[in-house]
Design a binder for this molecule. Structure first.
Ligand SMILES: CC(C)(COP(=O)(O)OP(=O)(O)OC[C@H]1O[C@@H](n2cnc3c(N)ncnc32)[C@H](O)[C@@H]1OP(=O)(O)O)[C@@H](O)C(=O)NCCC(=O)NCCS
Length: 166
């Protein structure tokens, strides 16, 4: 017979690949800023949505955004482009989850892809009382995932220092 821990989705460890997600949206006139490019807020909202889904997939709990690292907009996003937001977990703490969001645009007629920005968003899983609750460990399967986890650990330490929590 299976134990609760073997079947409870909030306890099962998952690899980054199992929860990774790509969200896409075609940039229309309603996404524009006053210069005629895509408004940065549209991109940030997409990133936050994608990262939140990825974190919830890992925790199988509602997840709220607790912090966003610096976001640099490297290139303007043009109307008429397809935006692809790739979300992938890099690090998991006790109740928090770091997701890397990488944004690319695709020119539909040429297929050309451009990397426009990347950022780390951190989410906290909440229980039924909307309090932080433990999340399952990350199942690391590759050397690359190990390296990224260790970098995530360092970023977490730095955030804790900056927040005066260390
Ligand atoms: C997220 C929230 C529940 C955390 O509450 P809290 O009292 O700080 O809870 P805790 O001290 O137990 O910390 C919970 C986790 O958040 C992490 N955390 C807290 N502040 C952080 C910060 N500034 N940066 C990064 N992580 C942070 C902690 O390290 C901890 O993670 P860990 O368990 O993996 O170590 C609370 O801050 C909140 O409700 N924020 C609003 C969230 C929201 O509404 N987001 C949408 C934005 S509009």
């Amino acid at each position: 017979m299976l134990t609760k821990s073997a079947t409870d989705p909030t306890l099962i460890s998952r690899s980054p690949g199992e929860t990774a997600l790509t969200m896409t949206m075609f940039m229309q006139p309603e996404h524009s800023n006053s210069l005629g490019n895509v408004h940065g807020g549209v991109i940030l909202k997409l990133c936050d949505e994608c990262g939140g889904i990825v974190a919830s997939r890992h925790a199988r709990r509602p997840a709220v955004t607790v912090t966003v690292d610096r976001v640099n907009f490297l290139k303007p996003v043009l109307l008429g482009r397809l935006v692809l937001v790739h979300g992938r977990i890099t690090w998991v703490g006790r109740t928090s989850i770091e997701v890397e969001l990488r944004v690319e645009t695709e020119h539909l007629l040429t297929g050309e892809r451009t990397h426009t920005n990347s950022a780390f968003f951190v989410y906290v899983a909440l229980d039924e009382n909307r309090r932080p609750t433990p999340v399952p460990p990350l199942r690391i399967e590759t050397e690359e995932e190990r390296r990224r986890f260790e970098q995530g650990e360092q970023r977490h330490r730095q955030r804790m220092l900056e927040a005066g929590r260390l």
